[in-house]
Design a protein around this ligand. Structure first.
Ligand SMILES: [Mn+2]
Length: 424
């Protein structure tokens, strides 16, 4: 399904007056409003192919209707999101769920919708049909060289697919770990992981990046071989300049100070990208900003501070992606909500008076520092996001337009009630 641009025009015309009043009210107080609007227009968040279908828990999965059953339909869904908010111009694929049959045709189809291919994701956390060796006891860290080699070969194959599609990045997340004390020799598991990643790194094209994601626990519950940012940073430092740490917000132990992690990784030039989601207990994979919007704002505050200090472009210097699961809400609407929440946090962080904050820090003025941060956080920046959308031809209120146009109902008509997306 392709969105008719006239529908957006009609929708925006209806809301324009109300929007203008809200925008004038808030923009009035902001000195660098044009700079912020320009940054908001440029800032894009990639959508992972596996987030377009209904997610599940280990207890069950309640399929939605009209899910994208093919790779083309997944790209079409991201095209719809992008048409609605002009903020998600890339899709992140997962192999083997998204093996492209005709890469050139797929690339053309995607670019017709304004979509390109973000990071490629490998999968060594499941066994695939016909696979020779099992990943039950891990992949790149496995005690058996043949299993490690199979996992290495898979990652190299993922790079090949990515090259055909114009991607520039391989994201590696390993489930490798142990569930019982004594099961693993930690040092050996780490060394095996390092040498496996070194082999993959050797096959990385010159203009590619390798993202090494970490996760504190799950699916194993005693140790994870890349369990935290320190372990990921050890690996990426040893691998070389094309290797970076990837931060997934849900992959920390409760109450971890993620903004501090981000700040130091940026300082070391080793922060590669982000997976956005939100959680209350563990890796809950909920809509970004639904639980801890202040934490998201504080993370963006450190991101902007660190990127500006290093001269890193906000829109292209790091990889921005959503990594969430949609068990209750329509995945497309949930993704619209996540993108909105991420950009709200970004806009609020752009409002921070950096000069005054630095002065307050240097004078140990704790009260002033808090006031400065909260002044930015408590500003309602939603009219700024709406204005940025208006200027790029997107909808002033993407979720209401999604509902008014009965987009899901039309997708169900096209695809049927029982179409199921590949993924988890
Ligand atoms: Mn992730």
């Amino acid at each position: 399904m392709i969105l008719d641009p006239c529908a957006i025009e009609v929708h925006n015309d209806r809301l324009r007056g109300k929007h203008r009043r809200a925008f004038d009210f808030v923009s009035h107080e902001i000195s660098h409003i044009e700079d912020i609007l320009e940054k908001l227009q440029k800032f894009q968040i990639a959508i992972p192919s596996w987030a377009l279908g209904t997610g599940g828990t280990r207890f069950g999965r309640f399929s939605g209707a009209g899910e994208p059953a093919t790779l083309e339909q997944k790209i079409e869904d991201v095209g719809l999101l992008h048409a609605l908010n002009r903020s998600s111009d890339a899709i992140s694929l997962h192999i083997p769920w998204d093996i492209p049959k005709d890469a050139n045709r797929l690339k053309q189809f995607a670019s017709g919708l304004g979509i390109h291919f973000d990071a490629m994701n490998s999968n060594t956390f499941q066994d695939q049909q016909g696979q020779q060796h099992s990943y039950k006891f891990g992949s790149l860290h496995h005690v058996a060289p043949a299993v490690r080699q199979q996992a290495i070969d898979h990652n190299i194959e993922v790079i090949r697919y990515g090259e055909e599609l114009g991607s520039k990045c391989l994201s590696v997340w390993l489930a490798d770990g142990s569930s019982f004390p004594g099961q693993l020799n930690f040092r050996q598991a780490f060394q095996h992981t390092l040498s496996s990643l070194q082999e993959i790194y050797r096959h990385l094209p010159a203009d590619w990046k390798l993202f090494v994601e970490y996760k504190a626990f799950e699916p194993y519950f005693y140790s994870t071989t890349i369990g935290d940012w320190g372990q990921s940073l050890l690996l990426t430092n040893k691998l070389g300049p094309k290797a970076f740490t990837l931060v997934d917000l849900g992959h920390h132990l409760p109450n971890a100070n993620i903004e501090q992690i981000v700040s130091l990784l940026l300082m070391e030039g080793k922060l590669g990208g982000f997976h956005f989601n939100d959680s209350k207990y563990g890796d809950d994979d909920l809509t970004a900003g639904c639980m801890k919007p202040y934490q998201l704002f504080l993370i963006f505050s450190e991101l902007i501070d660190g990127m500006d200090e290093k001269g890193i472009a906000h829109d292209s210097g790091l990889g921005w992606m959503i990594d969430a699961s949609h068990n209750l809400k329509d995945p497309l609407v949930d993704l619209l909500q996540s993108v909105e929440a991420i950009k709200i946090a970004y806009a609020q962080a752009l409002l921070i008076d950096r000069k005054s904050l630095r002065e307050a820090q240097n004078q140990n003025d704790v009260v002033a520092a808090q006031e400065i941060l909260q002044q930015a956080f408590r500003t309602d920046v939603r009219p700024l996001l709406a204005e940025a959308r208006l200027r790029t031809g997107a909808a002033l209120d993407p979720i209401s337009l999604f509902r008014t146009l009965c987009i899901r109902e039309k997708l169900v008509e096209e695809r049927g009630r029982n179409s199921v997306a590949t993924g988890l």
